[in-house]
Write a new protein. Structure first.
Length: 105
């Protein structure tokens, strides 16, 4: 009986882990592409710089979340979202670059 319960628990765990996804938001031509992203609770977004030079950050300033490390060409930064809601972000050095993450339940 105990083995059966352990097997069920492990199967449930692997299903919940497998359902989380990494979604890429590209940084190119001084924009976040796409600038609006919908994901499910538990998913992560990876922002990747496809610029030829310079650097960018991702900053959820209004939320009080710390600004990412600078991303130079071909570098990335990742954040996991565990709570449903709308998250607005900017690029610290280029505040005219902005985006929104909508996390669905």
């Amino acid at each position: 009986m105990r083995r059966l319960l352990v097997a069920i628990a492990l199967a449930t765990l692997s299903i919940s882990v497998a359902s989380a996804a990494d979604i890429e938001v590209r940084i190119e031509k001084m924009k976040f592409v796409p600038d609006e992203t919908r994901i499910k609770k538990g998913d992560s977004i990876v922002w990747k710089s496809h610029e030829k030079r310079g650097y960018h950050t991702v900053w959820f300033k209004d939320e009080g979340y710390p600004e990412s490390e600078p991303m130079f060409p071909d570098e990335s930064w990742k954040r996991k979202f565990d709570k449903p809601g709308t998250y607005v972000y900017i690029c610290g050095p280029h505040p005219e670059m902005n985006g929104v993450v909508e996390v669905l339940p």
